[in-house]
Ligand binder design. Structure first.
Ligand code: SF4
Length: 692
């Protein structure tokens, strides 16, 4: 019998069936509300990872810093990690050991990792790569609505919206099955507006494409609200009854008149007006943001500006309407709800709130005073490696590829006294480790994930892992035992989930009413779900907002622009993003033959007029330079990108590593790096010139 589970990759968490076949499995799609029987190429080919020849099946150990990794036993590897933790903490203090987690880990693992850091290591130093995914939208959601849940409605609501504005997301390539919901919306007569510096396949499917200058999202949102106010499109009754602080926003958008907005954003006045009217005249409208506006040093404000627009139109709290963030990573949502983030405890409790600390400490059987305080955010932790952070444990993440200013971060990894990495393949980060632990992957393990809708779903074991491979929960269980931690760290996901339910009870992300059986029976359960007799909460904000006064809050936003603007030395904008056939740092997808056949190497996308000016022809090797480094890739000439902008996909290692170039300027609230825009220079690669 095939096992019903979910795709290992993105936050859509498409339903699939997995049938064991020899040492691998065959995959078939299943009808689940998010994917309606569809899968993308990544999902279809995911079984190739199970018995992949490069799969790690034994721990690897480096005896000396200048030596090679060699195969070792689990006992040896775990003893070495425990020894290094003790050595580091007794020499430099508890916070000298850090943990870096991943947005693909199950809820059970994310919870156990947070508890392990606070209770076993007693270090404040824990964060995860989800910080690079949607922390700006999370912070904005909390400010405006009092809660952070990616989509506050099920994806089926997309089909109910008359107009949708999608900002900075290329869903047709990154999560193709979700387009079934957009197609249903179109068939019902709905309109789609896409804002993106590139004319992506998603933008091509839209009724209106706003091809804005990178880094001008706040100005775009303010201009749309300016027009909506001027043309009488806002919902004064909703504003009066359900929100606060609108007047400050009304004043702040007054200076974003259409001509000025066109000069800032590059979007023609006619299109600005058309977009504002499509949204403002719709009975139901939705505004969705993705990484485009969020991965900026003004990311939180960008999102707040789009929330302002949605609130002013009165399009929140009704089916088919609302603001939502389209989460990227498989468990980006759940990963931050249960304590893997530097400032959070399980259930979305705050680590600096005395009542929250007391509640979680009681579940964990420790004195609240013994829990560490907030730690550094992901990039700040990585930037500190080798300084006060001497040892690092990495679980399911590859920051040498995925962090901004990656060349500098790689050097910092090399300066660590000790690095352990738990992964299924020898990622670029794992190659630098002193100990590498081979861990289980999606179809080999049990647990829960929380998808982009806030729907808690079940990952089910379909195949046996290869001999020699262990789960992350086993690793934490064994390490806690070795370092003499008296608290329990169960290795069984069911036991961990039972504890997680208790720890989250009464919190914002309350999972206490969710059981594995309910998830299976009900096609997932939406949090908050405070009791087993509670139906879960597919739609938030129907009656009010979880703020102190029950109202949503407007926040005035001023367009500041990117931290780094083009100038004489670096005259172009550089933006980065994803491809259909690759995923994140590529640790998995760069090992799948069928995916590599369609996207095997990086490229630099540029406009034909720019190519002509610089004498660049299709396929020529070019160099992109920024103040942080240089990357090389072949030129791909396309009229679908702005004349002043370059695009590089970020999945690749080697000379084409896009994050060698990106700017680590951080948003002051979310600590999100500015992946999406920096200043760059383009030239024909010296190697190509020499070959002529
Ligand atoms: Fe997997 Fe996302 Fe593709 Fe669905 S859209 S098959 S979850 S990668």
């Amino acid at each position: 019998m095939p096992t019903e589970t979910h795709c290992p990759y993105c936050a859509l968490q498409c339903g699939m069936k997995v049938m064991p076949e020899g040492s691998s499995a065959t995959i078939s799609a299943r009808d689940f509300p998010t994917n309606r029987g569809g899968l993308c190429q990544k999902g279809w080919s995911a079984a190739e990872l199970l018995d992949h020849p490069e799969r790690l099946t034994t721990p690897l150990i480096r005896d000396r810093k200048d030596g090679d990794l060699r195969p070792g036993t689990w006992e040896e590897a775990l003893d070495r990690i425990a020894f290094e933790i003790a050595r580091s903490q007794s020499t430099y203090g508890r916070d000298s050991v850090g943990i870096f987690g991943g947005g693909g880990l199950t809820n059970e693992k994310a919870y156990a990792l947070g508890k392990f850091a606070r209770v076993a290591l007693r270090t404040a130093n824990i964060d995860y790569n989800g910080r690079f995914c949607m922390s700006s939208a999370a912070a904005a959601g909390i400010k405006a609505f009092g809660i952070d849940r990616g989509l506050p409605f099920p994806v089926e609501d997309i089909a109910l919206a008359e107009t949708i504005l999608l900002v900075g997301g290329n869903l047709a390539e990154t999560m193709p099955p979700i387009m079934r919901h957009f197609e249903a919306q179109r068939e019902a007569g709905g309109k789609l507006i896409v804002a993106d510096p590139r004319r992506t396949p998603t933008a091509m499917a839209a009724h209106l494409h706003l091809q804005l200058t990178p880094g001008t999202d706040a100005a775009l949102a303010n201009a749309l609200l300016h027009i909506a106010i001027a043309d009488g499109l806002i919902d004064l009754e909703f504003i009066e009854d359900r929100t606060s602080d609108f007047d400050a926003v009304r004043r702040s958008v007054a200076s974003y008149w259409p001509d000025r907005a066109e000069r800032i954003t590059g979007v023609p006045v006619r299109q600005l007006s058309q977009a504002a009217h499509l949204l403002g005249e719709a009975a139901t409208a939705m505004v969705l943001t993705a990484r485009g506006p969020e991965q900026q040093s003004q990311g939180v404000e960008n999102v707040l500006a789009f929330i302002n627009l949605t609130l002013a139109l009165g399009q929140v709290g009704r089916p088919g309407s609302g603001y939502g963030c389209v989460t990227g990573q498989g468990n980006g949502q759940g990963g931050r709800e249960h304590g893997q983030k530097a400032d959070q405890l399980p259930g979305y409790r705050k680590i600096d709130n005395p009542a929250h600390r007391a509640y979680v400490a009681a579940i964990w059987g420790v004195d609240p005073a013994d829990l560490p305080g907030p730690g550094r955010s992901a990039f700040e932790m990585l930037d500190d490696l080798g300084e006060s952070t001497k040892s690092l444990l990495v679980f399911g993440s590859n920051p040498v590829i995925s962090s901004p200013n990656a060349g500098s971060i790689e050097a910092k990894f090399r300066s660590l006294e000790f690095l352990a990495v738990a992964d299924m393949f020898l990622s670029e980060t794992a190659t630098l480790a002193d100990v590498v632990l081979p861990t289980t992957q999606w179809a080999e393990e049990e647990g829960t994930m929380t998808n982009l809708e806030g729907r808690v779903i079940r990952r089910q074991k379909a195949v046996e892992p290869p001999p020699g491979v262990r789960s992350d929960l086993f690793v934490l269980h064994e390490l806690a035992r070795r370092i003499g931690c008296p608290e329990k760290f169960p290795a069984e996901p069911t036991e961990v989930f039972a504890e997680l339910r208790l720890a989250s009870a009464g919190g914002v992300a309350d999972y206490s009413g969710i059981t594995y059986e309910r998830i299976e029976r009900e096609n997932g359960v939406f949090w908050p779900c405070p009791g087993e007799d509670h139906p879960g909460t597919p739609r938030l904000f129907l009656d009010g907002f979880p703020t102190a006064d029950g109202r949503a809050r407007f926040h005035p936003v001023t367009h500041r622009g990117p931290a780094e603007m083009p100038d004489d030395d670096y005259p172009l904008y550089l933006t980065t993003g994803r491809l259909m056939s690759q995923y994140q740092s590529g640790t998995q997808t760069r090992r799948v033959r069928s995916l590599m056949a369609t996207a095997r190497e990086p490229f630099v996308e540029l406009h034909p007029s720019l190519a002509q000016r610089l004498g660049i022809t299709e396929g020529v090797e070019v160099s992109v330079r920024t103040r942080r480094g240089v990357a090389q890739a072949r030129a791909r000439i396309s009229g679908n990108i702005r004349r002043d902008t370059l695009f590089l996909p970020f999945h690749f290692a080697g000379a084409g590593r896009a994050n060698l170039l990106t700017n680590p300027a951080l948003d002051p609230t979310s600590r999100m790096p500015e992946f999406k825009v920096c200043a760059a220079r383009l030239e024909i690669s010296p190697a190509h010139l020499e070959s002529l």
